[in-house]
Design a protein around this ligand. Structure first.
Ligand code: ZN
Length: 201
């Protein structure tokens, strides 16, 4: 069958090797500081599965590299994010490198969709949301508690606690707890209809 339909993308180095791969051919790379990148990735993860290939390089200043379609990161560049395109190279490891040391895949390319890349618009949105977000413990009515990244609007019950969408159909969906000096402080939160069915019965 068609070799390009499934497997490693054509630019992927062999397993257990790292190669300098040219940006601007198959993808551009959006570079973020580690903390902002991890926060944005957790928001992307909640919205789309999988978000597309993301590299983590902890060798010097720890950074994440989100691989986006060539030419799609203009808005991110205009907003001050570093975007590597034509005439830039980045260190890319083989598909099996998923841990340090050295550059490794935080989200490897999906073998079922080797051409899939991170959506630059969704990434920009996630980076903006992450900039004003903080971690809180979420206790849904009918699901296990977990730590999530939320914005002020989500904490105040003005946006879906899981996806951040604002609609006129937001439904009560439990509480989030933010750490304070003595005891955690609870905030009543809401969910959009799609997410409410996940956390309530
Ligand atoms: Zn939602």
């Amino acid at each position: 069958m068609d070799q390009l339909m499934r497997g490693a993308p054509p630019w992927m180095p062999p397993d257990d090797t790292v190669s300098a791969v040219a940006a601007g051919e198959h993808w551009d790379a959006v570079v973020t500081p580690q903390q902002a990148g991890l926060a944005a990735l957790s928001l992307l993860d909640a919205d789309t599965t999988p978000p597309g290939p993301v590299l983590w390089d902890t060798r010097h200043e720890a950074r994440l590299y989100f691989l986006v379609p060539v030419g799609s990161a203009g808005e991110l560049a205009a907003a001050g994010f570093r975007v590597l395109g034509a005439r830039s190279f980045i260190a890319v490891p083989g598909a099996t490198s998923v841990g340090p040391p050295g550059p490794h895949w935080l989200v490897p390319p999906d073998p079922d969709q080797p051409g899939r890349l991170v959506d630059a618009t969704a990434l920009h949105q996630a980076l903006r949301r992450a900039a004003g977000a903080f971690w809180a413990e979420y206790r849904p009515p009918q699901a296990a508690p977990r730590n999530i990244l939320i914005t002020g609007a989500q904490r105040l019950g003005q946006a879906c606690v899981l996806c951040g969408i604002v609609t006129d159909q937001l439904i009560p969906a439990g509480h989030v707890y933010t750490p304070t000096g003595q005891a955690p402080l609870g905030w009543a939160v809401v969910a959009c209809p799609a997410h409410a069915s996940e956390v309530t019965r």
